[in-house]
Design a protein around this ligand. Structure first.
Ligand SMILES: NC(=O)c1ccc[n+]([C@@H]2O[C@H](COP(=O)([O-])OP(=O)(O)OC[C@H]3O[C@@H](n4cnc5c(N)ncnc54)[C@H](OP(=O)(O)O)[C@@H]3O)[C@@H](O)[C@H]2O)c1
Length: 286
């Protein structure tokens, strides 16, 4: 028997298996292309001929393949379902919160213990002290797998029993980062067009994190009496659009922001805090 089975040895699955082995956990491996598994077996991992065999070898089964659909292809066979009974299934492939909820429902009948995770790191960062891994799902599944998951990084966070929480945090963090990144790309175009050294800009930009006060306003429901209303922001963005046109740079980023702000003004939020965009972006029936 092994302590853990890893199914999928792509760049990420291989990093996970390496981290587990480095911590001395007996690891069983399976990969569609056997060559990748062979490299682990040569270093002491236990090889499995099939997915069901890998599952049967360990109490905790980690899956790391491209999608939830691939995961289901691999584990929703009569042999694998039989082997999963009594096992803890840990899904570390990327998917949506809806995917996670669906797989958790399926796993409830098949194995009883399900944990869903989102890896907020590149393969080379697995095992590092600051590496953030988000997990959610049944508490007993978390408790059973925690000693193994600790191998993946120093910033392992359990987000509670909702299976979709890890994926929801993943997407929320990604979209926050993408907002910053899009803004930063356009900011660099502004600096370039105006002959400003990006080093000078970054020394000022790094002191301003604007995302946090949006979240605080949403949490407090404090949309009234803003320092700058959506209508004021709209005028600011219109100036940025004009500047982009004047200098011949792409207007795509300010156009996108401007269209959201214009929609908010039309919907009657013009006098509110920019955090009120949340009221437009949330689910229709929320
Ligand atoms: N790489 C990253 O930076 C990163 C970061 C965070 C999260 N993730 C997530 O981690 C998961 C794995 O990512 P990855 O980087 O290892 O690369 P990947 O290309 O998503 O996955 C490669 C692995 O999936 C296997 N695979 C693909 N299709 C399959 C199928 N139909 N049946 C069986 N196995 C199949 C591959 O097997 P073969 O070797 O046979 O092709 C290989 O083991 C993904 O969900 C990804 O989003 C990755």
């Amino acid at each position: 028997m092994a302590d853990v089975a890893v199914i999928g040895l792509g760049p990420m699955g291989a990093a996970l298996a390496n981290a587990l082995m480095a911590k001395g956990h007996a690891t069983a491996v399976w990969n569609r292309t056997p060559d990748k598994a062979r490299r682990f077996i040569e270093r002491g991992a236990i090889g499995a001929g099939t997915v069901a065999e890998a599952i049967a070898l360990a109490p905790v089964v980690i899956v790391c393949v491209p999608t939830y659909a691939t995961t289901r292809e691999l584990i929703d066979t009569p042999e694998a379902r039989k082997a999963l009974r009594g096992r803890v299934l840990v899904q570390l492939s990327t998917g949506t919160p809806v995917d996670a909820n669906e797989l958790a429902t399926w796993a409830k009948d098949v194995c009883g213990s399900y944990l869903d995770g989102a890896i907020m790191a590149f393969p080379a960062e697995i095992g590092g002290p600051p590496t953030l891994i988000l997990v959610s799902g049944q508490k007993h599944a978390w408790e059973a797998s925690r000693p193994l998951l600790d191998a993946f990084g120093g910033n392992l966070k359990y987000l509670g029993e909702k299976p979709g929480a890890a994926s929801a945090f993943d997407f929320a963090l990604l979209v926050t980062g993408l907002g910053h990144m899009l803004g930063a790309a356009h900011a660099a175009s502004i600096c370039e067009a105006e002959g400003i050294d990006l080093q000078d800009f970054t020394s000022v930009a790094s002191t301003r994190n604007r995302g946090q006060h949006i979240l605080e306003a949403i949490m407090g429901g404090t949309y009234g009496n803003p320092g700058a209303s959506i209508a004021v922001w709209q005028k600011g963005v219109q100036s940025i659009q004009r500047h982009a046109r004047q200098t011949g740079m792409s207007t795509q980023v300010p156009d996108f922001i401007s269209s959201l702000l214009a929609q908010a003004v039309t919907a009657g939020h013009g006098g509110e805090h920019i955090a009120a965009l949340f009221k437009m972006l949330r689910k229709d029936d929320a």
